[in-house]
Unconditional design. Structure first.
Length: 268
């Protein structure tokens, strides 16, 4: 029977502990000696292969001299609650990037704004997103075209003038360019579809059948990995009302034509 995969919290804890060790300037062997643990134990904890108890995390953080809010945050990750809501979204972004690299398919939904992985930097800046979020997305966008990516976009997000006509026209032209990649599929949910159970979140699918949901907010984020929690976010209902890829691109192009100042596509 295969071993269960680490939960998002366990992976984030592993990343956080490894970062804390490196910031302390310690090698894994030095930590093992200080705590009288084996070096493989440290390695397994730092890869998420071995769950770490709150007591073990506390011992490691004492060696690394991590105190205050950072200590409390990492300790909270040793208590798996199923849904992971963490006020400091930076560690979640790093964990999300790791999962995206492993996923066989990524599905992203956008209602008020365009899906994050499709945003140009100019659009993201106009949306007043934090600089760290924009930079992290630019790095994650490098995988577009290398694995299956499906974006569900509400028509309202296409017509909302974020950053003005020129920024918006360039952003929409960028969408059309992305849609030419075989692995990228854009699905627009038109106004005529009426109400739909959309939202703004990322659904990750893996080769072993696992699914994971991540919903990012301005200063926090939420990971869901248990099947009962993920099920309401599956796209079957939205898929039934979304336009097919060809008609979706034609709708995007019609919105570009309607822009009062289309500008030239700069991709930025």
């Amino acid at each position: 029977m295969p071993k269960p995969k680490p939960t998002p919290q366990a992976r984030a804890l592993a990343e956080g502990l490894r970062d804390a060790r490196r910031a302390a300037g310690l090698a894994a062997t030095e930590v093992a000696d200080k705590l009288a643990w084996s070096q493989p134990t440290i390695s397994r904890i730092e890869t998420g292969a071995r769950p770490a108890s709150a007591e073990e995390v506390s011992a490691l953080l004492a060696v690394y001299r991590v105190t205050g809010e950072r200590r409390d945050a990492l300790l909270s990750l040793s208590r798996d609650s199923g849904a992971w809501w963490f006020a400091d979204v930076s560690l979640q972004r790093k964990t999300l990037a790791l999962y995206e690299k492993e996923a066989t398919k990524i599905v992203e939904f956008g209602t008020v704004l365009l899906p994050g992985l499709l945003q140009t930097p100019s659009y993201a800046r106009a949306a007043d997103l934090p600089v760290a979020t924009i930079e992290a997305r630019r790095e994650r966008q490098k995988m577009l075209g290398h694995k299956k990516f499906v974006a569900y976009i509400d028509e309202g997000a296409l017509r909302r003038q974020v950053g003005g006509p020129r920024v918006m026209a360039n952003q929409l032209r960028y969408l059309v360019t992305l849609a030419e990649r075989p692995a990228v599929e854009l699905r627009v949910i038109p106004f005529v579809a009426g109400a739909h159970p959309g939202g703004a979140y990322v659904l990750l699918e893996f080769g072993d059948g696992r699914q994971l949901v991540y919903a990012e907010h301005r200063r926090s984020g939420l990971f869901l990995h248990r099947p009962d929690d993920v099920e309401p976010y599956l796209q079957s209902t939205v898929d039934a009302v979304a336009l097919d890829p060809g008609r979706s691109v034609r709708l995007i192009e019609s919105v570009i034509e309607a822009c009062p100042q289309r500008g030239d596509f700069l991709g930025q």
